[in-house]
Design a protein around this ligand. Structure first.
Ligand code: J2J
Length: 542
């Protein structure tokens, strides 16, 4: 096997020393903490879902079998494995099995299709792909796996949960426990998370054991997660929010229970909350509103719910009020990103803070700067671009020099792309963003990525994709298209986009055919300005 590009995530030595001295980085690792929990509370329930109820001892045993099986297949520590599993219990032995084998998960979302998977596999130089025969929505991943093997020649193995056909069955994985490597260096990269992809294709985010474990250990404290908590995974388990804020990883770290909901709909989640006495969960704003509405029906006992985290997209104060009033849980706003920085309102904050802000950073060592176009700090309370640096915010993406040059300042601050105001006490209010992505109910869509797909169509001369406000989704996508030759029809164009093998949420919600894009008297305008004008034109018509 050819040498892989090394996985790196490094903070300058003086920063690393500071984060260790402060007790943020404690030298813990994923395999280490699961082994410890399994030893401390073997009989306590760890994972509930898909008809399974696994204790910590069982989860650990299953993860070890998977780890030994991965090595028996010939995978070697350091290799990358694209994991595309929905909210099924096998997610955990698969991911911890990879950790125990020294392999590196690359987290794909259930909605991703061949276009995204091929990109992740290529960019991470993945050696294997793990998926379920059928997703919780019934989608068959085996044809997708075949397409991925064609697209990614480096992929040597496909492991399938359920009916595996010609692939390796996850359930069959086993091997010699003595072959498992020693625990990894806590400063090494544990996995690659996927960026929201504000420009172009998603970037890969290398997170270390030290930094990520700190982020959810500290989140547990802020969100009140203890061994007695019951955490419901309603959003896709692979997304950074339900994984780490405080997420299923926070819950497992605490020795708590994780309950998996195959979908976030109230019809599925409410009975689980009642049966399992769920205490805490996280939702994106549109779902929180849907839950608030459904809770009014009063058919299910939701009284165990103590904390409801809402984040991923802006929750307006009116929506926050509705959610707070309709559900028994305390609302906790969370404004985070897979690259690092996470902000929470605190459980004992007064209502105006909880309803009107997106919280303040986790750590006393999170450094936040709010700057203008020239990079100068704006006066307190004024909107500006949010820059962040700290003990769990990355300093670089994996294998992407161009993105790194754009996304980080020379002194190591991550340019979040968000426009925020800072209130006294360090609370942040999200005002908007610098980049041209669409935040569709928490799912981020890069305008550029979708324009590139559209431009591949023979009857598309040019395309510009913009976000438009949407009552339910927060934002939806609209593609302006200048046709050439035969005029394409919107439904056909959408179907063609689906055929490109992209995640469904990226297919434009609306397509508007136009004869030309305006230019100014001065001539060409920037892509950014063009999108802004098209958006304004659309809004003026509505
Ligand atoms: C406005 N915009 C928000 C909020 C995220 C916790 C919570 C969310 C994410 C996440 C996460 C927002 N109000 N409350 O990883 O650990 C937008 C911002 C941000 C981008 C990051 C977590 N919460 N956003 O959503 O990597 O624009 O992470 O930069 O998917 O979502 O997206 P993502």
């Amino acid at each position: 096997t050819p040498a892989l590009i090394p996985l790196r995530q490094e903070w300058p030595p003086e920063f690393a020393a500071r984060y260790r001295a402060a007790g943020h980085w404690r030298g813990e690792t994923f395999p280490g903490f699961l082994r410890q929990r399994a030893a401390e509370r073997p009989e306590a329930l760890a994972v509930i879902g898909g008809g399974q109820r696994w204790t910590y001892a069982e989860l650990h045993a299953r993860a070890e079998a998977a780890a030994a099986g991965f090595l028996a297949l010939g995978l070697r520590p350091g290799e990358r494995v694209v994991v595309q599993l929905g909210n099924i219990p096998e997610f955990f032995p698969a991911v911890f099995g990879l950790f125990l084998a020294g392999l590196v998960p690359v987290y794909a979302l259930p909605a991703h299709r061949i276009a995204e998977l091929a990109h992740f596999a290529a960019k991470s130089e993945a050696s294997a792909y793990i998926a379920a025969a059928r997703g919780t929505d019934g989608f068959d991943h085996r044809p997708l796996a075949r397409a991925l093997r064609e697209a990614a020649p480096g992929l040597r193995h496909v492991v399938i949960v359920g009916e595996a056909e010609e692939f390796t069955a996850f359930e069959s994985l086993d091997g010699d426990r003595a072959a498992l490597p020693p625990d990894p260096d806590p400063a090494s990269v544990a996995f690659l998370q996927i960026s929201g992809g504000t420009t172009g294709l998603s970037k890969l985010i290398p997170r270390t054991h030290d930094d990520y474990i700190y982020s959810f250990r500290a989140s547990n404290e802020i969100c009140g997660v203890t061994a007695e908590s019951v955490f419901l995974v309603a959003l896709p388990a692979a997304h950074n929010f339900p994984m780490s804020s405080p997420g299923h990883m926070g819950a497992l770290y605490a020795g708590a229970r994780v309950v998996l909901s195959p979908t976030p709909s109230p019809e599925t989640a409410f009975p689980l909350i009642a049966q399992e006495r769920v205490t805490i969960t996280g939702l994106v704003p549109p779902l929180a509103l849907l839950w608030a509405q459904a809770a009014a029906g009063g058919r299910h006992d939701l009284s165990s719910l103590e904390v409801l985290l809402v984040g991923g997209a802006k929750l307006t104060p009116e929506a926050a009020r509705r959610v707070q009033d309709a559900l028994p849980a305390r609302l906790q706003q969370v404004f985070g990103m897979a690259e690092g920085l996470v902000n929470y309102t605190r459980l004992d904050d007064p209502d105006p803070i909880v309803l009107e802000t997106q919280g303040r950073p986790i750590s006393p060592d999170d450094e936040v700067r709010i700057v203008d176009d020239l990079g100068e700090e704006v006066p307190e309370g004024e909107p500006g671009y949010l820059l962040a640096r700290g003990p769990y915010t990355i300093r670089a993406y994996h294998n992407d020099d161009a993105a790194n040059a754009r996304s980080f300042t020379p002194d190591g601050f991550y340019r979040t792309g968000d426009v925020v105001r800072r209130l006294p006490g360090g609370y942040l209010v999200v005002q908007g963003r610098a980049g041209d992505h669409i935040n569709r109910a928490g799912e981020k869509i890069s305008a550029e990525e979708i324009e590139d797909h559209l431009l591949a169509h023979p009857n598309v001369f040019d395309a510009a994709v913009v976000s438009v406000p949407d009552e339910f989704l927060g934002e939806r996508s609209c593609a302006f298209v200048i046709p050439q030759g035969e005029r394409p029809r919107a439904p056909a164009l959408k179907a063609w986009m689906r055929g490109r093998g992209i995640a469904e949420f990226k297919v434009p919600d609306q397509i508007v055919l136009v004869e030309a894009f305006e230019t100014t008297a001065a001539g060409k305008i920037s892509r950014r300005e063009l999108r802004a004008r098209l958006r304004a034109r659309l809004l003026a018509q509505e």
